[in-house]
Design a binder for this molecule. Sequence first.
Ligand code: MRU
Length: 366
Amino acid sequence: MFVDGKEMRPIWLDADQRTVKVIDQRLLPHDFIIMDLRTPDETIYAIQEMVVRGAPLIGATAAYGVYLIVVDAPDPAVPEDYLTAESERLKAARPTAVNLAWAVDRMVPKIRAAKTPEAKRAAALAAAEEIVELEADNCRRIGEHGVSLIQEIQDRKQGGPVNLLTHCNAGWLACVEYGTATAPMYVAHEQGIEIHVWVDETRPLNQGARLTAWELGKAGIPHTVVTDNAGGHLMQHGLVDLVITGTDRTTYTGDVANKIGTYLKALAAKDNDIPFYVALPSTTFDWTLADGVHDIPIEERNPDEVRYIQGSDGGTLRNVLVPPEGSPAGNYAFDVTPARLVTGFITERGICRATAADIQRLFPEK
Ligand code: MRU
């Protein structure tokens, strides 16, 4: 995607084939800094501290992380126990987004199968790049399929923009290109369909206000940042035509784990008869879990992310304390929206209802 005329991705491998470059998403939109990752430890740090975040990008970063395990191994033969231990460490960096484990598990057997140090390095690089390109392609297709939902609403409305609402950042920063929830918005905008996006600020880390608003602004897409609690009001007053969010892990039965607060948007959408779609690549399905509410691990993060809020003060990034110094805070990073509240999924293979049978029809091989 383009940032001030320059084509960019949130992650790429430097020409030295030794350094993974990432945009530091903690600092956007006020500072634009590229961070270098050269070791598995630096990769784990970047995922845990949310330098990079968003399910597909966590998967892509993990893929390059496995490559760095090979490149950085003290013994170039990459002994079996070393590869296993380092891969497990990487997989534990964040618990909810299933793309992390998916990427690592896809890469490790390919490295194991290669016999020489050179072959292991080449296999790791090829597998990592395959994952990165797969995610970019998945998101492109999600956009092509999802735009039909926006087009239908525009045809029905006969005038005025199609009003979408999204939560957190499921844009290109969270993926490799296009985003998941934002991909249909980008395609609609390209096709000249008039849209406007309500952007939930998404406390505590404000991925909506900081990242989605930045992305949409750069693309020239009209948008308005609202507080996380505004969605219900907007829906009651006919100001939302369609909700599209991303997801970190979706069960094969259609339960959706996504950024905390997504569930409340789905409830409000149901109450107001507004379609609630979740956009995801198939890499975000967990084909082993049936009960999302009870079985998807929900990350609990440092309470200081809730207690403090970050913003720009005359060009300087500052963190300020919000509640009383002594008040404890809880920081649940995700919640689960049960399938019954989800109108449908927008995937790289098309749109389906949020039922096990419909999902299986699109992905019969799973
Ligand atoms: O904690 P984050 O910022 O990694 O959470 C990200 C989200 O919840 C996104 O909506 C999700 O990963 C989908 S990204 C296309």
